[in-house]
Design a protein around this ligand. Structure first.
Ligand SMILES: Nc1nc2c(ncn2[C@@H]2O[C@H](COP(=O)(O)OP(=O)(O)OP(=O)(O)O)[C@@H](O)[C@H]2O)c(=O)[nH]1
Ligand SMILES: [Mg+2]
Length: 459
């Protein structure tokens, strides 16, 4: 069922001066109302998906602009309503005049995200896809663009919708059992139900796991540079960023606070964090700095452990590296000051450490490209990014995915311990609620308002 709501209009292109701007009108009588301002062909008589040159006029017949009007007839449009796109000259004044004239004819200004909301309500796509539209517009890196595009194309929602439908069928059977009360009947085949729940959880888990990657794609991979004082962490940060962001000196303990900036490598955004060197603090401020370093290390997705290849005690280094390894975080071991050491020293350290070291010179900027490739390789080995499969980037999705998973886990353990149908039905209903809210089959006005208000006007 397609609904045509009252006509709305907004500038669909970015505000400001441009060669062309597009004003979009959507809703009941959008074509007829636009036609009242238009001199050219009679738009109401034209086929869908056709463009027409003409002028837009004031009531006194004076010209506002020469325009190209494209018409889309319901349901073959973005909103599935009648839509008119008016391409005019990109002047602020012209755009305001056109919108003003449309208002005079009974069109109202669109709210942020209202076009997309209508598209959603008319079943153009589900909620996950609608949210992907917002992500797509906001995407500013190759990886976030790809993640949004995968979701827009249907991503994981189609599969989840199908599984939800199967689960609904089971819940109906379980609830039928409740109607029979005391009689000991079982309409819902327990083994099949169990299998279905396991299947759903199998779909959920990679999605839930992908959230940390998804979040990293969207907001940048938190990458922390740690190491002893004077290892050259700040020099490395500056070299990677190509600017003198952090203070460098030969005094150990120079950096005391967190310094952070973004770096794009192969289309992935890294959030590089320089930290205070790790050692026994000599004063209170340094102690706070070191505590912050440790916090950042816990929050990081990737750790660069940097050590000074020249001033190093091998056994100490071994212990420090073991600590990093024990933290369980993915890390890169980077040896600095390659310019100041001999090949023998380098080999000795490699033997002691027994793992791969990326050797660089931060001051001379040698092997920085190797380090960058290693960083991007570490993130790209994540299969989700590599295969372009669906990645969860949205906290709302993540919450409902985990909510579904927890409810199903409870239902399964309930099945195993032989709970009564009413308990089972309760957990299943919670799972269905989460799944429904995830794909937008269950919505509330508040939820929709909060999602679509994050869009910009004209979307
Ligand atoms: N020879 C040589 N010296 C370097 C290199 N990288 C850094 N240094 C020097 O090492 C000293 C310490 O550098 P920083 O970048 O301040 O070291 P840091 O790890 O940030 O030190 P803290 O902030 O005190 O923890 C400075 O004198 C740098 O010039 C390098 O590749 N080769
Ligand atoms: Mg420093």
């Amino acid at each position: 069922m397609i609904y045509q709501l009252e006509p709305i209009a907004a500038l669909a292109t970015a505000p400001g001066i441009g060669a062309i701007a597009v004003v979009r009108v959507s809703g009941q009588d959008a074509i007829e109302l636009t036609n009242r301002l238009f001199r050219g062909k009679d738009l109401t008589q034209q086929a869908s998906h056709t463009a027409h040159f003409g002028t837009l006029r004031n009531d006194d017949n004076s010209i506002i602009d020469e325009v190209l009007v494209t018409i889309f007839r319901a349901p073959k449009s973005f909103t599935k309503e009648d839509v008119v796109e008016i391409s005019c000259h990109g002047s602020e004044f012209i755009i305001q005049q056109i919108l003003r004239r449309l208002m005079q004819k009974g069109v109202r200004l669109a709210q942020p995200g209202e076009f997309t909301q209508r598209a959603f309500l008319n079943g153009q796509f589900d909620l996950i896809q609608a949210e992907a539209v917002a992500d797509l517009i906001a995407s500013d890196s190759d990886a976030s663009h790809r993640a949004a595009l995968t979701q827009l194309r249907g991503g994981f929602s189609k599969q989840l919708k199908e599984l939800r439908q199967q689960l609904i069928d089971f819940v109906a059977l379980v609830e039928l059992e409740l109607d029979f009360g005391e009689e000991d009947v079982e309409f819902a085949h327990r083994d099949k139900l169990r299998q279905l729940m396991l299947d759903i959880r199998r779909v959920l888990h990679p999605l839930i796991d992908s959230f940390s990657t998804g979040n990293a794609i969207k907001n940048g991979v938190p990458t922390v540079i740690v190491g002893k004082p004077n290892a050259g962490k700040s020099t490395l940060l500056n070299a990677l960023l190509n600017e003198e962001k952090a203070i460098v000196s030969d005094i150990p303990g120079t950096t005391r606070d967190i310094i952070e900036d973004e770096l794009f490598i192969d289309g992935i955004r890294f959030r590089l964090v320089d930290t205070a060197g790790l050692r026994q603090a000599t004063d209170q401020i340094e102690a706070i700095g070191i505590e912050r370093t440790q916090q950042r290390m816990r929050d990081a997705t990737l750790v660069i452990y940097l050590f000074d290849g020249k001033n190093v005690i091998p056994s100490e280094l071994q212990t420090a590296v073991a600590d990093v390894r024990d933290s369980g975080k993915p890390y890169l071991l980077v040896g600095n000051k390659l310019d100041a050491i001999t090949d023998e020293q380098r080999q000795l350290l490699e033997t002691v450490l027994g793992e791969q070291v990326i050797w660089i010179s931060a001051t001379k900027q040698t092997h920085l490209e190797e380090l960058k490739s290693a960083l991007s390789a570490r993130i790209r080995t994540d299969s989700a990014i590599q295969t372009g499969s669906a990645v969860v980037t949205n906290a709302r999705h993540y919450n409902h995915l985990t909510g579904t998973d927890n409810a199903l886990a409870r239902a399964i353990s309930g099945l195993d311990s032989g709970v009564t149908p009413d308990w089972l039905a309760m957990d299943l209903r919670v799972a269905l609620q989460h799944l429904g809210e995830l794909t937008g089959q269950i919505t509330t006005d508040d939820l929709l308002a909060s999602i679509f208000s994050k869009f910009c006007i004209g979307k």
